[in-house]
Design a protein around this ligand. Sequence first.
Ligand code: UD1
Length: 426
Amino acid sequence: MDCFEVTGGTALSGRVRVTGAKNSALKLMAAALLASGRTTLDEVPDILDVAIMSEVLRRLGCGVTYERYGTGGGGGRVVVDVPEEPSTETDYDLVRKMRASISVLGPLVARCGSARVALPGGDAIGSRGLDMHISGLERLGATIDSEHGFLVATAPKLTGTSLWLDFPSVGATENLVMAAVLADGTTVVDNAAREPEIVDLCSMLSAMGARIEGAGTSTITVEGVEELRPVTYTTVPDRIVAGTWAIGAVMTRGDVVIERAVPDHLTVALAKLTDAGAHVEPVDGGLRVAMDDRPRCVDIVTLPYPGFPTDLQPMAVALAAVSTGTALITENVFEGRFMFVNELVRLGASVRIDGHHAVVRGRERLSSAPVLATDIRAGAGLILAGLVSDGVTEVQDVHHVDRGYPDLVAQLSGLGARVERVQRPD
Ligand code: UD1
């Protein structure tokens, strides 16, 4: 079992470079399936989820290579060679490891007319979690069944139509747009997600020859085309990693320049940090965040973009845990997302959960303890908490963190933090 030993007490200071967004790169890799030939993607983070998506694509018959840049920063170039006739089956062991594997569904149905993709663990057809992906594809003309734990979709030809999402789901918007680009006629997706990663996917698809309007707004219009061509494309910078560094700078009362961060992708989060007393300024090619006093508690409500990102909620709870006053943090996107709070409480944080609200009473300092990273972002929140705890905090199960943060130990060390990766017997 890999752990991080985090020694508290050092302010983060210096420069850190952010590579491309995990949540975009994985979908850009899936989108490569829409055109035969060689797609090249730059600024792809060197993380476990990219390795898993590479394997998903290999099993579909693609050649995939990853070449890390020599310049550091955790990024690299992915080359995907897509055959004329990809295989259409993605098996359970990969989908179980990474739910985002479901994003091959739209491209496969659109390009090959069928797909057989394992259901993520525990999901039954039509259940919460995939219902919008499924009903949208059905409205586009696909027939979808659940068979022996697989989602089986067939559609000799998809036909454009009007779609309306009950919730602006990121994954459903992406799957439906990727399906619609090769459909006959025009598809309109209403109440679409507006995340920068959606805009990134749509601009890659447009470069491939797709006809898309309205990306970044709630109504995306796609006019189907006959075929797409492979491209070379650069992934949008990771706003969640950038936001993690920004919150880390404030929590530790440090001073960090986050290279390649796009302030416009973090408007609400940065406004909250300013309210907490931080100095936030855009600088050439990035963002500087500094703090010289104890932060103030601010209330936070997570919402689909452009609201405060749910993926930064664990870091926001950790920040409030060492700020002055009391914060009310409301989670509106994922119901189970406060699970990690039990771990934060082990570090001495004062947090009370009531449904989808957390009341956090700030403490002067936290005290180290062994804690468990329950998912990627919870792990990042606990590591930040370890930086402001007395003593050495052991964060266990860091393979979750490896799924989303390239080179985390090196990047933290580069900012002056004392963090080591150690192995413990299981
Ligand atoms: C993506 C991100 C994740 C981020 C989330 C919200 C990736 C790989 N992951 O996840 O990091 O936290 O967006 O910004 O990009 N839902 C349904 N039915 C559906 C689809 C979703 O009920 O058909 C629900 C989900 O259970 C969840 C909410 O909608 O409660 C949001 O999910 P969604 O926006 O789809 O998130 P993901 O695409 O899974």
